[in-house]
Design a protein around this ligand. Structure first.
Ligand SMILES: *Cc1c(COP(=O)(O)O)cnc(C)c1O
Ligand SMILES: [Zn+2]
Length: 391
């Protein structure tokens, strides 16, 4: 069996690797600068994927785009709900905001109630294809809950490293799925390092964000869905909450892949939204740097509480290339955005997702978007994930 991946390419030195000769990052450039892009043979993809065939497809998950995903053996795909999430055009909310072409991409309906399922569904396939006997991840909570579900489904032992401060609902998910959980007495960034060492030592497949090149492939699929849902028109602006920066990089990759196979001819501007108490990418972007300074972080939005974003190179590149920007929002703005969204549209999201919506409100107030523009806000996780924030 085969897939359409042509090679993996280092984001910094541009060296190309065969998919079977490298697992995580470019050895010459290291774990942060040496992240890899998955590059497809677009001629092959085009033979297997057409708009007409998609219009007839009754696959109601992101696997409808299989030829554009790095899967060699589809038998390893787990039958869990992931992707093909709704794109709401909510008339009442849009009237209140005076943004008639605003769309909400609601990813709270995935199997573990967050966007992370898009990545985990791909990671589990790669772990099984490569013959690993265990899979590990460090996470602020959602990635852990997500990979625990897919590992449980596949019957693969799962090893999780999370900060002690993880919200209770996310911890409950880990316990329910039977993951082996290590509570780390420190921030997410410490959990990440520990997971790197332990995976290497024990021979587990590592689902850590950014160093695993296949996660962004799963995370790109909302871009494919948005374009299909908008009848193969790219939106004008997309708001994305940013912690490590893998979602925003993945989404940019999705628009680029679609462009490369001729499905769209324009690109959106991407706006990366961070919490003010955890905004190293906002600062790096403002200062025109292509890497970030590690900072101590504190925000109510635990899913984007990241002091040293692991996908910083790709995230900064995505925002630069798209002609977009990074903004920060305060915890107060996040909470009022969460409330407004729930009260006016019926969509209840966790604080990290609300941050993206708060970012839209902030940019709108600065008059940088025009009312007729097609705007998408990526809502990355369910409100039931962290009820402490609302309480
Ligand atoms: C992980 C996560 C994010 C941020 O994604 P990154 O890839 O870390 O930038 C945003 N919202 C939610 C709900 C998440 O779980
Ligand atoms: Zn390199």
């Amino acid at each position: 069996m085969n897939n359409n991946v042509a090679f993996l390419q280092c984001v910094t030195c541009k060296k190309q690797y065969r998919a079977d000769e490298i697992e995580y990052t470019c050895p010459d450039c290291g774990a942060v600068k040496g992240t890899l892009d998955v590059v497809y043979d677009f001629k092959l993809v085009k033979k297997q994927l057409s708009k007409e065939q998609l219009a007839r497809s009754n696959e109601t998950s992101h696997w409808r785009y299989l030829p554009l995903l790095p899967v060699t053996n589809p038998d390893f795909i787990q039958p869990l709900k992931v992707g093909w999430s709704p794109l709401y055009k909510h008339r009442r909310l849009n009237e209140i905001l005076e943004l008639p072409e605003l769309y909400l991409k609601d990813d709270s309906g995935n199997i573990t109630a967050s966007y992370k399922d898009r990545a985990s569904s791909v990671a589990i396939v790669k772990a099984l294809e490569k013959g690993y006997k265990g899979i590990a991840a460090a996470s602020s909570g959602n990635a852990a809950a997500s990979i625990s579900a897919f590992a449980a489904s596949a019957g693969l032992p799962c090893y999780i490293f999370v900060p002690k401060a993880i919200p209770q609902a996310k911890l409950a998910q880990l316990k329910a799925y039977g993951a082996k959980v290590r509570l780390v007495d420190g921030p997410y960034d410490d959990a990440f390092e520990l997971c790197m060492r332990e995976s290497e030592k024990n021979g587990w497949y590592n689902r850590n964000t950014a160093i695993n090149p296949y996660l962004a492939e799963g995370k790109k699929t909302s871009a494919l869905e948005i374009c299909e849902q908008l009848e193969w028109q790219a939106p004008d602006v997309v708001f994305v909450p940013v912690g490590d920066g893998c979602i925003i990089s993945g989404i940019w990759k999705g628009f680029n892949d679609l462009h490369d196979i001729g499905f769209i001819d324009t690109f959106p501007r991407l706006v990366g939204v961070q919490a003010e108490g955890s905004s190293p990418l906002v600062k790096a972007f403002r200062e025109g740097k292509d890497e970030v300074k590690r900072e101590n972080v504190s925000t109510i939005a635990d899913s984007i509480s990241v002091g040293f974003p692991r996908d910083q190179i790709k995230a900064l590149r995505a925002v630069h290339q798209s002609g977009g920007t990074f903004v920060s929002v305060t915890d107060d703005q996040i909470i009022s955005a969460l409330k407004l969204l729930a009260e006016k549209s019926g969509v209840f999201v966790e604080p990290a997702a609300a941050a993206a919506f708060a970012g839209l409100q902030k940019i709108k107030d600065s008059k940088k978007i025009k009312p007729g523009q097609k705007i998408v806000v990526i809502l990355t996780g369910s409100g039931l994930k962290d009820i402490g924030a609302v309480r």
